[in-house]
Design a binder for this molecule. Structure first.
Ligand SMILES: Cc1cc2nc3c(=O)[nH]c(=O)nc-3n(C[C@H](O)[C@H](O)[C@H](O)COP(=O)(O)OP(=O)(O)OC[C@H]3O[C@@H](n4cnc5c(N)ncnc54)[C@H](O)[C@@H]3O)c2cc1C
Length: 324
């Protein structure tokens, strides 16, 4: 029996990770990617298992975190070093009530330590009562991780935009039609917009900095983190929108971000060198949809924490179904 041929629409972290795991299962993989507006190009993404301002922890967070770090090692061994820092994440917490909320969510299997602000590895600005230290967290370069996965997968990459797809074929805007044994849609926020889907998009911005303000990422509301070059200050913080729009940086957002940085720590005169803006899609789907097309989308702000883990599940299911 010939190896199944899997067609993937979208080459962000979702599509690249599905390609990687599907290829490891012995399939022939083609990725169709427009290469535009990928949220996965984020210059420095946190691997932070304790989310948002309520401290929610996804039940798959610890497994996802460890798998992503394992992939960073695998990619480096395969000749694709990924700029990253596996140095922990610091979550300052404003007061006892917020700490209680965090504590309710923290699973025993997630290594963590509560610190007094004075014990934190980063000198925090005044006003924080507690700090949660997550030693297994860190940051990585989103674009390098994604392109590394795609390269190591050995997938054929077709540059272009898919206009239509069904359970076994994908038609590109130049009229080319590709046929395969399964189709996996991983188009992210921009793809949901192009497809005219009802969806929730959230835009955000990272300011790139001439140097990292802190050695380890610090996150509450916004995050400061090292990056492959310099550092970043960012968040996905714009109001949710039901349609995709090219992200911009309104002046009030710039002011908000700079204020968040000062509220976290002394930025010590770091200079802003540029900006990267993107949109992410909410509403996780990881499986087969009623039209027979598989899908991994809606990774929200956890694309690098959970994307590879969910991709491993989805690709396993895709390949099993394609072999039946
Ligand atoms: C400002 C910001 C900060 C973030 N910070 C973090 C963080 O710290 N940690 C974290 O884990 N996550 C973070 N995220 C979220 C993370 O970036 C996303 O969850 C993840 O990148 C989504 O990956 P994806 O592959 O689903 O989509 P994308 O990366 O958007 O990729 C989709 C790809 O598919 C292509 N495409 C779409 N439709 C078609 C089509 N019809 N034909 C061909 N190609 C198509 C697009 O051009 C694109 O290349 C952040 C996001 C933003 C915006």
């Amino acid at each position: 029996m010939n190896a199944p041929h899997v067609l993937i629409v979208g080459g962000g972290v979702a599509g690249a990770a599905v390609a990687y795991f599907a290829a490891r299962l012995g399939t022939w993989v083609t990725v169709v990617d427009a290469g535009r507006h990928a949220a996965s190009e984020v210059p420095s993404a946190l691997l932070n298992p304790v989310r948002g301002q309520s401290g929610a922890v996804d039940e798959r967070a610890v497994e996802g975190l460890r798998l992503t770090w394992a992939l960073v090692e695998t990619l480096a061994e395969a000749g694709h070093p990924i700029p990253h820092g596996r140095a922990g994440v610091l979550r300052p917490v404003p007061d006892g009530r917020a700490r209680q909320k965090f504590e309710r969510h923290l699973p025993p299997e997630l290594p963590h330590t509560w610190l007094a602000p004075g014990e934190a590895p980063v000198p925090l600005a005044p006003g924080w009562e507690h700090a949660l230290w997550l030693p297994e967290g860190g940051w990585l370069d989103g674009a390098a991780f994604t392109s590394g996965l795609l390269a190591v997968s050995g997938a054929e990459v077709v540059r272009g935009r898919a206009l239509r797809w069904d359970a076994r074929s994908v038609t590109l805007e130049d009229g080319r039609a590709l046929r395969g044994d399964a189709v996996v849609w991983c188009g992210g926020s921009v793809g949901a917009g192009w497809a005219g889907e009802a969806a929730t998009h959230r835009a955000g911005t990272l300011l790139t900095l001439d140097r990292p303000v802190t050695r380890v990422p610090v996150s509450f509301g916004a995050y400061l983190a090292p990056a492959g070059v310099g550092g970043v200050l960012g968040a996905t913080f714009e109001a949710p929108a039901s349609t995709w729009q090219a992200p911009t940086l309104p002046l009030r957002s710039l002011g908000w971000l700079l204020g968040k940085a000062e509220a976290l720590t002394d930025t010590g005169g770091a200079r802003v060198t540029g900006r990267w803006s993107g949109t992410r899609l909410s509403g996780l789907v990881a499986g087969r949809t009623p039209d027979g097309v598989w899908r991994l989308s809606g990774l929200g702000s956890k694309g690098f924490l959970l994307g590879p883990l969910l991709a491993r599940h989805v690709s396993g299911d895709v390949v099993r179904a394609a072999r039946v």
